[in-house]
Design a protein around this ligand. Structure first.
Ligand SMILES: [Zn+2]
Length: 227
């Protein structure tokens, strides 16, 4: 059944709560406003931080006093075909040990200009299409896609330390502007990117092998490449 709201105030607060839920925004963060520009086909999700909370230092996690707030924005998955951005005044804390640091947010990785959901979609597409195709389709620059891939690689590396990968996929994609091929080594089962190399498949693969332990090498059961 489609939920209905008789009271417009309730409807707006429900909408904000639903968007917060979809974004993975939890207290003390909250969606404070949603603005839409129909002409530009853009939606802006304004996220704010409730005052009166001590914020954890991103380095050591110790509660630290607020220092200042700086405007930041992240590209999110399109909402009904509208280019959607999450915007916030992101607090910086003054940690007694680590100095002034920008706090972490639950919807994006540090330094990323994209939400985690958006990055996940880009990574999904990279399993199916070339970097240039993904760049065109998502209207994001090649460098930005590259950054998303590198972060995925880092995540893959972190994960790989915990669990070994048995089935490897190797794909080569080209990017015309750069006159170079990019080879992506991925965990065929999980679909996660493990390594990105800027040369041919063979070189990239041996480069990646070189970083593995003997145990991890022995754990590999299959390597698939599209020729
Ligand atoms: Zn600290």
């Amino acid at each position: 059944m489609v939920p209905m709201y008789s009271n417009p105030i309730n409807a707006i607060s429900q909408l904000k709560n639903n968007i917060a839920y979809l974004l993975g925004i939890r207290a003390p963060w909250e969606v404070s406003d949603v603005t839409i520009a129909h002409e530009e086909r853009e939606a802006w999700i304004h996220v704010s931080y409730e005052d009166g909370h001590q914020l954890p230092c991103p380095e050591c996690g110790s509660p630290s006093p607020g220092y200042d707030r700086r405007p930041r924005q992240w590209r999110h998955l399109d909402l009904c075909g509208y280019r959607t951005m999450v915007v916030a005044l992101l607090p910086r804390v003054a940690c007694s040990e680590h100095g002034v640091r920008t706090v972490s947010v639950p919807w994006a990785e540090p330094m990323s200009r994209f939400t985690a959901e958006f990055e996940a979609l880009v990574i999904d597409w990279l399993q199916e299409a070339s970097i240039s195709a993904v760049s065109r389709l998502m209207k994001v620059s090649w460098n930005a896609i590259d950054g998303i891939m590198q972060r995925a690689v880092q995540r893959g590396l972190t994960r790989r330390e915990e669990s070994d990968v048995a089935h490897i996929g190797v794909d080569e994609t080209s990017f015309r502007k750069r006159h170079t091929n990019v080879t992506i080594v991925s965990d065929a089962k999980a679909g996660t990117v493990l390594h990105v190399g800027e040369d041919r498949k063979k070189e990239t693969l041996s480069q990646w092998y070189a970083g593995l332990t003997l145990e991890q090498l022995e754990g590999i059961e299959s390597v698939s490449m599209d020729m």
